[in-house]
Write a protein of this length. Sequence first.
Length: 152
Amino acid sequence: MNIVATVPVTAAPLSKFEALDREACLKRWRKQFGHEPPRYVSVEFMRRVLAFEAQAKIYGGHSRAVRHVLRSILKEVETGKPKDAAKPVPSPVTLRPGTYLVREWNGRPYRVEVTDNGFLMDGKAYGSLSAIAQKITGTVWSGPRFFGLART
C-alpha cells in the first residue's frame, strides 16, 4: 500500500463534504464550476472533487509538471493519437519538504517525512529513500520504486 500526502492536511475542511447529500453536492458543484456536473455522476465522486478543489484552494493545486503531463494525456485521448507510444511519460514526482510517504511492509506501516536535507523516519535522518527502503526490507531496493514513486 503506497500513499503520498502533502502536509499539512486538515481533516476539518474535508469532513464537511462527507455529510453532503446529492442536492447539496449539486448546488456546490454549480457554484464551484459554473455548470451542471456530468450526467450520472455519483454523490461520492462529487464529494471527492469538491474536497480536492477545497484543498487545492487552500494548499495549491498540482505542480506545473503534473499539469503538463495531464494536459498531454488529455490531448492524446481527445485526438486518439498518442504523442509517442514507445516513449513512457516521465514521472513528474517532486517531493517537497513536509510531504509524508507511507508504505506498509510485512504488516507494519512506515511513515517517512521529506525534509529540506533528505528524509526522516522514526526520528532518524536519511539521505535517500533507497537507504530507508534497505533499512525497512533488509535488502537493496530502489527507494522511489519501493515507495511507489517510480514506474516499474
